[in-house]
Write a protein that binds this ligand. Structure first.
Ligand code: SF4
Length: 383
């Protein structure tokens, strides 16, 4: 497993995502200060999906909001949020699988975390989150050797991911287990990426896609959490199947992520690629090799999706959950989430029957959704 260390001026990691949904959401590109002007902040920023046409009442409402909220710096940020879609406002070239899973838990919570990055950072610095991350890294290093590579550009950074994909596909073809497999692709018009926790073969030789979840309690989580975790492996499956079926193109990657196909690879990346037998001098050529390699692979789509829960303290297994996969239903669900990011609707908080989620929410004291929708909700049975 190659692991890059970075000397770039631009530290944005466009592939950022790891498999533990708690740890992994503390990514640099998620906590960037959002752009507060209407102009794009990056010269090579990928144009985002368009906002739906506005009606006259919507325009009038926006004008009124601007008048009311333009008196303080904090409120000016809210004005900007209303003047572009969330992908543009938060300068997102892509969405991560873990972010979409957080969104399925509570959309308003995701937005609060993006608008208040220091709060989000504090939330993610909890000991149990760090412990979960350490367990994942330890497990990844059980099957992969870590090789540091110096990257000098964003293209180098992504080239390292491409090399990891090629290396891990070869390992899968030999019937062995891989961990932290990078997945990516365009889903419903938006570039989505993540890292599959584990791909391995069962006793019948069928490929199993698994996600490890660590828990403080020695018990299987409640259905709402299993549903969120299930979405994670279902999205990984959709992305992985797209990659091995050849439906990802070079321009999907370069256009959506704002990368230059003609950029020469840095020396360290180049040397590592050659050591792997990959002949490519530019980022674009390397992508072509990777995509061809994926399309020619004999690896079949996973036969099973599995969630594995284990105890954080002891490492003891708690239990497993098998997750069904139905592509049309998943795509319909995904369209619902993406409608927020492409500006087709406002963010929604939890429904009243899920108000119990607010009890452990970092943002409950200031959450306007909670105040407006169930101000007197104090205790609700968790389903
Ligand atoms: S308090 Fe409730 S509605 Fe508000 S962000 Fe938290 S979970 Fe969502």
């Amino acid at each position: 497993m190659v692991r890059r260390f970075c000397v770039m001026g631009d530290s944005e990691d466009v592939w950022s995502d790891i498999s533990d949904s708690e740890f992994l959401s503390i990514q640099l590109d998620e906590i960037d200060e959002p752009c507060v002007s209407g102009a794009q902040s990056h010269g090579n920023e990928e144009p985002c999906a368009g906002r739906s046409p506005e009606t006259s009442p919507q325009k009038a409402a926006r004008a009124a909001l601007k008048q009311i909220w333009s008196r303080s710096p904090l409120k000016r940020r809210r004005v900007s949020l209303y003047s572009m879609n969330p992908l543009e406002y938060f300068r997102r070239r892509h969405l991560s699988v873990t972010l979409l899973c957080e969104q399925s838990w509570c959309e308003v919570k995701v937005v609060c975390g993006l608008l208040r990055p220091l709060d989000k950072k504090a939330e993610m610095a909890r000991p149990e989150v760090k412990m979960g991350a350490e367990i994942h890294l330890k497990k990844a290093l059980e099957v992969h050797e870590e090789v540091p590579i110096l990257v000098l550009s964003r293209e180098d950074d992504e080239a390292v991911r491409a090399l990891n994909v090629m290396q891990k596909i070869v390992t899968l073809e030999t019937g062995m287990c891989v961990r932290e497999f990078p997945v990516f692709g365009v889903l419903e018009g938006v570039f989505v990426m993540g890292f599959i926790d584990e791909l391995s073969y069962d006793e019948r030789g069928q490929l199993v896609l698994s996600e490890l979840k660590t828990r403080r309690q020695m018990s299987i989580p409640r259905p709402a959490q299993i549903k969120r975790d299930g979405l994670q492996v279902r999205l990984y499956m959709l992305l992985f199947n797209g990659m091995i079926s050849g439906s990802v193109s070079k321009s999907d990657i370069t256009d959506h992520l704002g990368l230059q196909a003609g950029r020469a690879l840095g020396t360290d990346v180049l040397n590592h690629a050659r050591a792997m037998g990959v002949q490519a001098d530019t980022f674009g050529t390397l992508l072509e090799v990777m995509l061809r390699r994926l399309a020619l692979s004999n690896v079949r789509p996973p036969a099973h999706l599995r969630l594995q829960y284990c105890h954080q303290g002891s490492g003891d297994p708690i239990g497993t959950e098998d997750v069904p996969f139905e592509e049309p239903a998943l795509r319909a669900e995904l369209q619902g989430y993406l409608a927020y990011w492409t500006g087709n609707r406002e963010a929604r908080g939890v429904d009243i029957e899920d108000a119990w989620k607010c009890q452990s929410c970092h943002y409950q004291a200031s959450c306007e959704w909670k105040k407006n929708n169930f101000p007197t909700a104090h205790s609700h049975e968790k389903p």
